[in-house]
Design a protein around this ligand. Structure first.
Ligand code: FES
Length: 158
């Protein structure tokens, strides 16, 4: 094989690999709604509703049970926003660009992503930076005064 041919094949192979690495998260996010239908629902408590004051955004933790598997309990961060007494919004903490954990800033009332400068408004809508969609929202409900979220209601990587 000629040296030039070998170099060309290496460049094309490398480009394909980079494209796969970059495109895979988007592909998974794109097909995840179809997968969600098969995953069903899995509700987990976030805490008493009264812990989340109306008009505020607060961090909270989802505790994942092991469901019979010999794994330790895992924890997942979310943000809870109560725009009104009757409405609760639970945001995934993962940036919709490449999944970095976002940070809530109460001073500016915005979510910031430290990785590439993504900015989201209080309602989760995209304001600036690379993300091309709003924050993912968990389905939620209140049972016996406890706020619960369906952990399968957002894409697996969110
Ligand atoms: S991962 Fe958040 S802006 Fe890139």
């Amino acid at each position: 094989m000629e040296r030039r041919t070998l170099l060309t094949k290496l460049v094309h192979g490398g480009s394909a690999l980079v494209g796969l690495v970059i495109g895979l998260p988007a592909l998974i996010a794109g097909i995840s709604p179809a997968l969600q239908g098969r995953r069903g629902e899995r509700w987990r408590p976030l805490g008493k509703l009264e812990q989340f004051p109306v008009g505020q955004t607060q961090a909270a933790i989802i505790e994942h049970e092991s469901e019979g598997e010999p794994r330790p309990l895992s924890r997942q961060g979310v943000y809870v926003w109560r725009p009104t007494a009757d409405e609760v919004v639970v945001f995934s903490r993962s940036c919709t660009d490449l999944g970095c954990p976002i940070i809530w800033d109460s001073g500016s009332q915005c979510f910031y992503c430290p990785c590439h400068g993504g900015i989201f408004a209080r309602d989760g809508s995209r304001m600036a930076g690379p993300p091309d969609r709003e924050l993912f929202r968990y389905a939620n409900r209140v049972r016996d005064g406890v706020l619960e979220v369906d952990v399968f209601s957002v894409p697996p990587m969110a």
